[in-house]
Design a protein around this ligand. Structure first.
Ligand SMILES: NC(=O)c1ccc[n+]([C@@H]2O[C@H](COP(=O)([O-])OP(=O)(O)OC[C@H]3O[C@@H](n4cnc5c(N)ncnc54)[C@H](OP(=O)(O)O)[C@@H]3O)[C@@H](O)[C@H]2O)c1
Length: 391
C-alpha cells in the first residue's frame, strides 16, 4: 500500500515545507521541472591548491567542470576528474578565444577565478607580472563573464585590509599594506566596476562576486604550496637548524575544501536569485547544501562576501599544534613576538589581524559559514593518515 496522509512520508515532507512556507498552510515543495541541477563551470587556476579542491567539489556534485592550468599537467589525484586544459591567461587573445569557444560548445554558467600570484614576496620581486596576472587578467575575465552572460566568482584576500581594526565586514574600506594586497584590491575593483557597467545591473546572477578568504591550507602536492602546510617541513627538519616563527600576527587558517563548498553554494544562490527567485533554492538546486534559511528576495545579494574560519592562531601556535599531532618536538622553533611593523627593514609588510566577519555570508546570502572539520581536526586526521602511510 502507498503512503497516505498520515504516513511517515508526509512526516518527512512537512518539516521541509514548514521551513519554506511557515506552519499555517501546507504547501508541497515546487517540482523543479526546468531546474539546471548541474552547471557548466570554468575554473581558472584549477591546478593550484584552492583550484584543485574546487574542481573536485563541483565535479562531485555533477557539474561539468572545465579546469584550467598553466604549467601543470594533471589531475594528479584522481583519474575520474576532468583533465586540465592548459591556457596562459596572460595571452589575452588566446584567453578570449578559449572562453568564447567553450561558450559556443555549451553555455558557460559560472567562472570561478582562482588563478593568481598568491605569494606576496614573489609579487614584490616581479611586480609587472604580478600586476598583469592579479589585476589585468581579472579585468579580462570579468569582461568575458559579462559577454558570456555568466556568473563570475573572484577569489580575493584578507590582505586587502591593514589588520588594525578586525573583524572586517565586506563593506569596510580596504587599506592594503603590500603590493599583493594592492593588486588583489585592484582586481576587486575591476570585478565590481564590470558589475556596475553591466547590461543587467539589477540581475545579479549575471554579475560577479568578490569572495575574500584568509590564509588557506589543505591537501598539497608539496608542503610549500601553502603558507600553512610548509610548517610540516619546518617540524620535520630535526637537523639542528633553528627557525624563528611569528608569534605576533593572528591568522584564521581556513581549509580549501570549505572554501570550495562555499563557492559551490554561492554559485547556486546567486544564479538562483537571478533565474528563479519565486521558489526555494533548495528545491531548485537539489544538490546544493543550502539550508532552510530564506533570504529576503527583495534585497539584491551583496557583491562582496567573506568566508573564513573564526579560530585564530599565530604561526607559532599552528606549528606547535601540528607538531603535537605528528609527535615531533619543536625545540628548534623559536616563537617571535616582535611586531613586524616596528622593524625598519621589512621588505613585505603584513597585516596583524585581518579576521573576516562571516555575518553577511550567513545572514544576507543564507550560506553556512560552518567549517566541515576545522583546523585542529583536519590536521589531527592528516597526521594520522600520514603516519599510517609511513608505517
Ligand atoms: N593560498 C592562500 O593562502 C590564499 C589566501 C587568500 C587568498 N588566496 C587567493 O586564492 C586564489 C587561489 O590561490 P592558491 O593558493 O590556490 O594559488 P596557487 O596554489 O599558487 O595556484 C595558482 C594557480 O594560478 C595558475 N596560474 C599562474 N600563472 C598563470 C597564468 N599565466 N595563466 C594561467 N594560470 C596561471 C597556476 O597554474 P600552474 O600551477 O598550472 O602553473 C595555479 O593553478 C588566488 O586568487 C589567491 O590570491 C589564496
Amino acid at each position: 500500500m502507498g503512503d497516505n496522509l498520515f504516513s511517515p512520508a508526509l512526516d518527512r515532507i512537512l518539516p521541509a515545507t514548514e521551513r519554506y512556507f511557515g506552519k499555517s498552510t501546507i504547501h508541497f515543495p515546487p517540482i523543479p521541472l526546468a531546474a539546471p541541477s548541474t552547471m557548466k563551470v570554468i575554473i581558472t587556476g584549477a591546478s593550484g591548491v584552492l583550484g584543485r579542491a574546487t574542481t573536485r567539489y563541483f565535479h562531485s556534485k555533477g557539474d561539468t567542470v572545465v579546469p584550467l592550468s598553466f604549467t601543470r599537467s594533471g589531475p594528479s589525484d584522481s583519474l575520474s576528474l576532468p583533465a586540465y586544459q592548459k591556457l596562459d591567461l596572460l595571452d589575452f587573445e588566446a584567453t578570449r578565444e578559449f572562453f568564447q569557444a567553450q561558450n559556443s560548445e555549451s553555455h558557460v554558467d559560472v567562472i570561478v577565478h582562482c588563478a593568481a600570484e598568491r605569494r606576496p614576496d614573489v609579487a614584490e620581486q616581479d611586480p609587472e607580472r604580478a600586476e598583469k596576472l592579479n589585476k589585468d587578467v581579472v579585468k579580462l575575465v570579468a569582461e568575458l563573464a559579462e559577454q558570456l552572460e555568466c556568473l563570475m566568482i573572484y577569489v580575493s584576500t584578507d590582505y586587502v585590509f591593514d589588520g588594525k581594526n578586525p573583524p572586517y565586514k565586506p563593506a569596510d574600506k580596504p587599506n592594503p599594506l603590500n603590493l599583493y594586497g594592492h593588486l588583489k584590491e585592484a582586481g576587486e575593483q575591476a570585478v565590481l566596476s564590470s558589475r556596475q557597467t553591466s547590461k543587467h545591473p539589477d540581475q545579479v546572477g549575471k554579475g560577479s562576486i568578490v569572495l575574500r578568504v584568509p590564509l588557506l591550507y589543505g591537501e598539497v602536492e608539496y608542503n610549500s604550496e601553502t603558507a600553512v602546510n610548509i610548517f610540516v617541513d619546518v617540524i620535520q627538519d630535526q637537523s639542528g637548524k633553528t627557525y624563528k616563527m611569528d608569534h605576533f600576527a593572528v591568522r584564521f587558517p581556513t581549509c580549501v575544501e570549505d572554501v570550495a563548498r562555499v563557492m559551490y553554494d554561492l554559485s547556486r544562490q546567486y544564479h538562483f536569485f537571478f533565474l528563479h527567485s519565486s521558489t526555494s533554492v533548495a528545491d531548485y538546486f537539489p544538490r546544493s547544501n543550502l539550508p532552510s534559511a530564506r533570504v529576503d528576495h527583495s534585497k539584491p545579494l551583496p557583491p562582496i562576501v567573506h568566508f573564513s574560519s573564526q579560530k585564530g592562531y599565530t604561526k607559532y601556535e599552528m606549528t606547535r599544534l601540528i607538531a603535537s599531532f605528528m609527535n615531533l618536538p619543536i625545540d628548534h622553533v623559536i616563537p617571535d613576538t616582535t611586531d613586524p611593523s616596528t622593524l625598519p627593514n621589512q621588505t613585505v609588510q603584513r597585516p596583524g589581524n585581518t579576521q573576516l566577519s562571516v555575518e553577511a555570508l550567513e545572514n544576507d546570502v543564507g550560506i553556512s559559514a560552518k567549517e566541515d572539520k576545522g583546523f585542529e581536526r583536519w590536521w589531527k586526521e592528516w597526521a594520522e593518515k600520514h603516519s599510517a602511510n609511513k608505517a
